[in-house]
Design a protein around this ligand. Structure first.
Ligand SMILES: Cc1cc2nc3c(=O)[nH]c(=O)nc-3n(C[C@H](O)[C@H](O)[C@H](O)COP(=O)(O)O)c2cc1C
Length: 254
């Protein structure tokens, strides 16, 4: 059993690498063989063919496709640049072709290591790809520098879950690719975060900052703003919920 970790950051010793490593450690502890690869070490070109999606594989070394196919489960980590995953990760996603992808267990990690903005839009991009490629994705993992330690601690369990899932592969049923969407869309309806937007993102960021801001002079004020944001969100006033969430975040950022 092989669990493959794919590092989409060009910084080989950065946060993405450490987080992918934590998931692989959990997989190894659960008995799997693990392998890590760095996209930056491979010749990945932006897709620019006239030939349509089927020709994407021409822009990616076949060795990358082969190792993804050999893997029983995938971990994909990508850094967040300007609110979304970086181009290297997206070029990989555009170009790789994995013959046995249906139902393959997959885990995605998006790392918004600066302001934290884009933690949800980034992880959503990865999971939109898992969805389109018909994998069985679990545990979307949005990471910031505020929750990084907690995520490093949680990821080994996700890695172990991938191994459990891979022991009994569950391809989505259907006679062909286009026949499977009813089951796939039903599965992804229960994957966390895919229905979230910018207001939720700031609510999460405010919550994360509150959790690590013991002793901060503005903590009480930030907590009050956050509580008000939650209240407003519950009442359906998303616009003002967003305003209060941003205020809570701003109070604690520095
Ligand atoms: C071009 C660029 C844009 C970035 N944009 C964001 C951003 O929108 N939100 C954020 O939280 N961090 C942003 N960052 C910071 C990265 O997410 C952060 O450095 C992260 O740790 C990168 O992952 P790595 O450590 O694995 O390289 C950006 C970094 C770069 C280089």
């Amino acid at each position: 059993m092989l669990v493959l970790g794919i590092v989409g950051s060009p910084r080989k010793e950065g946060r993405t690498n450490a987080l992918v490593g934590a998931a692989l450690q959990g997989a190894a502890n659960a008995g799997a063989d693990v392998q890590k690869l760095y996209l930056i070490e491979h010749d990945i070109k932006p897709f620019s063919s006239q030939g349509g999606a089927a020709e994407g594989v021409r822009f990616l070394p076949t060795t990358l496709c082969d190792v993804c196919e050999q893997a029983d489960a995938l971990v994909l980590g990508a850094p967040v640049y300007f609110g979304d995953i970086n181009g290297l990760s997206k070029d990989f996603m555009d170009s790789v072709r994995i013959g046995n992808e249906n139902g393959k267990p997959a885990l995605g990690i998006a790392v918004a290591g600066g302001s934290g903005k884009g933690l949800l839009s980034g992880v959503q991009s990865i999971y939109h790809w898992f969805y389109h490629r018909q994998m069985r994705a679990i545990d979307p993992t949005p990471v910031t520098r505020f929750n990084e330690q907690a995520m490093l601690a949680a990821l080994p369990e996700s890695g172990a879950r991938l191994v459990e899932m891979a022991k009994t592969p569950q391809p989505f049923p259907g006679t062909g690719r286009e026949d499977r969407w009813a089951e796939i869309v039903a599965y992804y309806a229960n994957v966390p975060y895919l229905d979230k937007g910018p207001v939720d993102e700031f609510l999460m960021l405010a919550e994360q900052l509150i959790a690590i801001s013991e002793g901060h002079a503005a903590l009480d004020e930030a907590k009050a703003a956050y509580a008000q944001a939650l209240d407003l969100a519950q009442q359906g006033d998303r616009a003002n919920a967003g305003r209060h969430a941003v205020r809570a975040y701003d109070l604690l950022l520095n």
